[in-house]
Each structure stands twice: as C-alpha cells, then as structure tokens.
Ligand binder design. Sequence first.
Ligand code: 5GP
Ligand code: ZN
Length: 114
Amino acid sequence: MTDCLFCKIIAGEIPANIVYQDADCVAFRDINPQAPTHILIIPRLHIPTLNDLESENAGLMGRLVLAAKKIAHAENLSDDGYRLVFNCNADAGQTVFHVHVHLLGGRVFGWPPG
Ligand code: 5GP
Ligand code: ZN
C-alpha cells in the first residue's frame, strides 16, 4: 500500500518513535498522545479496518495483542492498568485506515468512553 501512512512508517519512509518490532508488528508512539503513554501497535500487513479481517488473520491479531501486553509491561503499566482501543470507521473516529491498536496508560480512564 503505497499511499498508507502506517505502511510508510513500517517502510521507514516516515520517521516514528518505534518502541517495539517483530516479524508481525511494529509499535511506535502516537504523534498526538491522549495519555502519558500512547503507543500504536500495527500489523506489518496492510489491513484497512477491522471489517476487513478474515479468519486467517486470527493468529496475527492475537500476536498484536500479545505485543501490546509485552509493551505495557516494558512501559511499567501492567499493575496499574492500561487500555487497548481499536477504532473502526467513522463513528469510532478512525482516521488512519491501517488496522492499529492504541495502548493507552499512565492515567485513569473514564467509562463509558467518550
Ligand atoms: P485512529 O483515530 O485512526 O484510531 O488513530 C490514528 C492515530 O494515529 C491517532 O491517534 C493519530 O494521532 C496518530 N497519527 C496520525 N498520524 C501520525 C503520524 O504521522 N505519526 C504517528 N506517530 N502517529 C500518527
Ligand atoms: Zn498500510
């Protein structure tokens, strides 16, 4: 996907503060953080939205969440807690159409979310 911002970050064409990467995922700090820790974890595979997931992506998405757990531990968030958020399409406010999970932590979050 040549026109995707997150694919460009994966390719190193756009700089990002990368905190973790493995064979499946890349994680980097959000440019507009909504909490003291705000990291985006993305699959290397370009998938536009959650609606595009297929059963063959189940392992990949599981590994994405496991990467988030590992990063939360590295960021010292495991005990106090953290939030993982996937936004899908307009009502959820998705702005970048490459599946990503937000890892948010370092403050107390309200529920229900806004
Ligand atoms: P969404 O609203 O699609 O769930 O989240 C997209 C996120 O990407 C937003 O939190 C936004 O701040 C972040 N973002 C947008 N452009 C860039 C960028 O160029 N670099 C980084 N690190 N984050 C970005
Ligand atoms: Zn992409």
